[in-house]
Design a protein around this ligand. Structure first.
Ligand code: ASP
Length: 410
């Protein structure tokens, strides 16, 4: 397989053009009309990577199982799956090649919360966050202390770095130079977009060498393009799940390996109660996947639940949180296209919404929410902005026409 720069970039550039030219609030009325569906209980909603685990969790919930246990049944699936490189075992590691996991949970009926951040060597961190609730007087444990706590609770220590993730990390080590998570970041006034133009030749050469190196590392030909893509555009990935039973009890949890190649010790939004997940037994539950730093700044999940408390629908509540992210960048689409956010929102009566900043990561992979309320399905999220996002750090050769500021918020 040979990777031409053009071929490699086709999706990304198509995506960028869509983002740059269409980066404005969706005006298509049908996209904002809330579906007229009857709210049903019990119900479980989650990020789409939980789809395969919904049947088991739903029947558990229907048969009287606890709401938090049901939600954790869903997220444990991707945590245990070595091929899901965004969560648990096989998650893409930090910049030193070490997998560090974050998770949190809230149990509505007892109004309790638990969280763990930067945990190494333990794959089921959502369960560890639940153990924090049940076996400590704390809410949040991080790093080595969290790992030691998990071992004391009987969780096995294991190597979370699969061969596939290790090879992608090695490829990243070889490739990266200035394109990492060290500052200045996107939010810094000092941030500068990488040069376009003359460097594109160099990029072509770099991509060719990366392909060679990927082959030497033994990355399977059919996965090589995906591996290179993960190196050039370090991916995000997470799972959130909220579960509501027939009685109206509600819980939520979120678990992740966080941003690929992050600085060691970096915690994203997922373990932050009120950002990656928030559940209030009186109102509902919300959770997030996407650009963690942005979500922390708007306390996304808490904002959404509070919005619903004040009478907003799940969709309106989520859209308001997304608008706060847009406002933090004064509507600057040139920066906003490098971030994305999806919120999963469940109200206590069973009404739900999946909303996202952009339509998806590419025109063919829209953001989705998975639902089980007796019928299992995936639905596209409702996006605030038209087009697709690009991963960060930015690829240097960004077409000029993308540098337009949006009319949004003006
Ligand atoms: N929110 C996660 C984080 O920032 C990543 C993701 O959801 O994709 O760690």
């Amino acid at each position: 397989m040979s990777i031409t720069r053009r071929g490699f970039l086709s999706t990304a550039v198509a995506a960028s053009v869509a983002a740059g030219l269409e980066g404005q609030e969706n005006t298509d009325a049908s996209r904002h009309v809330e579906p007229m569906r009857a709210a049903r209980r019990p119900i479980i909603i989650c990020a789409n990577n939980g789809y395969n685990y919904l049947d088991d969790a739903f029947s558990f919930l229907k048969n009287g199982g606890d709401t938090l246990d049901a939600a954790i049944r869903v997220v444990k699936g991707p945590e245990d799956d070595p091929n899901d490189d965004s969560v648990g075992l096989g998650g893409l590691p930090n910049e030193e090649g070490v997998v560090e996991l974050d998770a949190c949970c809230m149990h509505g009926p007892t109004r309790r919360a638990g969280s763990v951040g930067g945990v190494r060597n333990i794959k089921n961190v959502a369960l560890v966050s639940k153990a924090v609730i049940e076996h400590t007087g704390h809410v949040m444990l991080v790093g080595e202390g969290a790992e030691r706590f998990a071992v004391a609770m009987g969780f096995p220590r294991e190597n979370l770095l699969t061969e596939r993730s290790r090879k992608i990390w090695l490829l990243w080590k070889q490739f990266h130079s200035t394109d990492d998570w060290w500052g200045p970041g996107l939010a810094s006034p000092q941030f500068q977009f990488p040069d376009a133009g003359p460097r594109s030749e160099l990029w072509e050469e770099r991509l060719r060498r990366m392909e060679e190196h990927a082959a030497k590392l033994g990355i399977e030909p059919e996965f090589r393009m995906a591996a290179i893509r993960r190196v050039v555009f370090p991916p995000t990935g997470t799972i959130h799940c909220s579960a509501l039973n027939e009685k109206g009890e509600i819980s939520g949890c979120t678990t992740t390996s966080g941003l690929a190649f992050k600085l060691p010790g970096r915690c994203g939004d997922s373990p932050v109660i009120g950002a990656g997940c928030y559940t209030d037994q009186d109102v509902g539950s919300a959770g997030a996947t996407g650009s963690g730093e942005e979500n922390i700044k708007v306390a996304g999940a808490h904002t959404i639940v509070e919005n619903m408390r004040r009478g907003m629908s799940p969709q309106e509540a989520g859209m308001d949180a997304l608008k706060r992210i847009v406002r933090n960048y004064n509507g600057d689409m040139n920066k906003l296209r490098f971030m994305d956010m999806t919120y999963y929102v469940l109200r206590k009566d069973g009404a739900y919404a999946g909303v996202s900043l952009w339509d998806g990561y590419s025109p063919t992979s829209p953001h989705k929410i998975a639902i089980h309320d007796g019928t299992k399905r995936s639905e596209k999220t409702v996006a605030l902005l038209k087009g697709v996002s690009q991963e960060f750090p930015p690829f240097p050769n960004i077409p000029k026409e993308l540098s337009q500021d949006s009319e949004y918020l003006k």
